[in-house]
Design a protein around this ligand. Structure first.
Ligand code: ATP
Ligand code: MG
Length: 391
């Protein structure tokens, strides 16, 4: 058992000692069997939330209406969810009601894919009711139960399928893939924020080609905001994207650059995806730089304006889209800049006013000129020279 499970064993043992069942479930079980590192340990139990809370000193009601209580133990939080069955779905999103049940089998049945429907006992024994182990070994994603019904119940599962295909480098079995193709349009019912999470994970996964190929063939792409009209660009990406992007900013930049979006269109595009405003600012800068890198080396002023972190992202994206890798050159250009921000300029607005420049728009323009000249190496960064230059 991995260290994370060893540490959590006493939590399961406490629940079991009180006469309930408790198991490790979800991604942590899947990833442990795959030999991957795990991030969070999820627990499923037959105990009702109030019963769980009675057993532990420190708990937090993180989602008590769906049966989830976080148990705090030695500085770690364990999301512990009561076994539940999800009955009728009318809006393709959320079950109309969550029913707590005492049976593990009921709980596993409502999970999305067989590889996500495994449970593990405190002693490491695996409960595998849907042949998830066989699918793990065959590197396959298969919906639990009737795929048509499962995607009809919750359309987000279709995006999860293509996301896992990329993250795990798994194939989606034909029956499941066909059901996604048949229900792709239901993705429109899902909140963009949730679709966004899956798209970004897909683009950052280890086999994005695979995830994107499924995203394209099933038609899911057509039901994503602002993707209409970009079929050829997306198809091209699905053929060239050998490795996952290193960050969310890089993932967005890849799309905006590949879609040839102008700076103002990037705002519209990312707003449709409901990203944070900071993301829009970042992606506008990285896209501008990536586009230049596809054409030529950057000038000192362009390097300065973009900044080291954004340059790395722009270069990553430009390389994917066929540019030469300029990472070493950009790193040198950045290091060799005489200044790295306006704060490092040897004069301030106040210095210029003391030297006789009138306050007003001209002052700002003068400062900008000096900043550019220093960055380009046309003037040394020392106060007397800069003041003399302005006078
Ligand atoms: P990750 O490594 O990204 O956390 P995960 O499989 O743990 O992957 P979560 O979103 O954390 O994914 O969900 C935990 C578990 O809950 C899943 O493994 C699956 O069993 C179940 N689950 C999550 N979302 C759904 C869904 N939309 N429909 C059915 N089951 C789901
Ligand atoms: Mg998880």
């Amino acid at each position: 058992l991995p260290q994370e499970f060893e540490l959590a064993r006493p939590v399961l043992q406490t629940i079991e000692a009180a006469g309930y069942e408790a198991y490790f479930v979800g991604g942590s079980v899947r990833d442990t069997i795959l030999g991957k590192s795990i991030h969070d340990v999820d627990i499923a139990t037959s105990a009702y939330p109030e019963e769980v809370k009675r057993l532990f000193k420190r708990t937090v009601d993180t989602g008590i209406e769906h049966g989830t209580v976080m148990i705090l133990d030695h500085g770690t939080g364990y999301e512990t969810t009561t076994f539940r069955s999800e009955s009728t779905y009318t809006d393709y999103r959320r079950p109309d009601q969550v029913t707590f049940v005492r049976s593990l089998a009921e709980d596993l049945k409502r999970r999305d894919f067989t590889i996500n429907a495994l449970a593990m006992k405190e002693n490491g024994e695996v409960i595998d009711l849907f042949d998830g182990l066989a699918d793990l070994a065959a590197k396959q994603l298969r919906a639990v139960g009737d795929p048509e019904q499962r995607f009809h119940e919750d359309a987000l599962r279709m995006m999860r399928a293509v996301r896992f295909a990329s993250q795990l480098d798994f194939t989606i079995v034909p029956e499941t893939l066909e059901a996604i193709a048949d229900h792709a349009s239901l993705l429109e019912k899902i909140a963009v924020e949730r679709t966004q999470v899956e798209l970004l994970k897909l683009l950052q996964g280890q086999a994005p080609k695979r995830g994107l190929a499924a995203f394209m063939t099933t038609g899911l792409w057509q039901y994503c905001p602002e993707f209409v009209g970009h079929r050829a660009s997306l198809k091209d990406l699905s053929e060239r994207l050998e490795a996952g992007l290193s960050s969310e900013t890089a993932a967005w930049t890849l799309l905006t650059t590949q879609f040839s979006l102008a700076t103002s269109q990037i705002g519209t595009f990312l707003k449709a995806w409901k990203t944070a405003n900071q993301m829009i600012t970042d992606v506008q800068a990285t896209t501008t730089a990536a586009r230049l890198l596809l054409e030529r080396d950057l000038l000192a002023w362009e390097v300065y304006q973009c900044g080291a972190d954004r340059l790395a992202i722009a270069n990553e994206v430009a390389v994917i889209l066929g540019a030469a890798d300029r990472e070493p050159l950009l790193a040198t250009q950045w290091t060799e800049l005489p200044i790295h921000s306006k704060k490092e300029l040897a004069v301030t607005g106040r210095d210029l006013m003391q030297a006789g420049v009138q306050p007003g728009p001209q002052l700002g323009a003068d400062l900008k000129t000096l900043e550019q000249q220093v960055v380009r190496g046309e003037l040394p960064n020392d106060a007397p020279t800069l003041i003399a230059a302005i006078q």
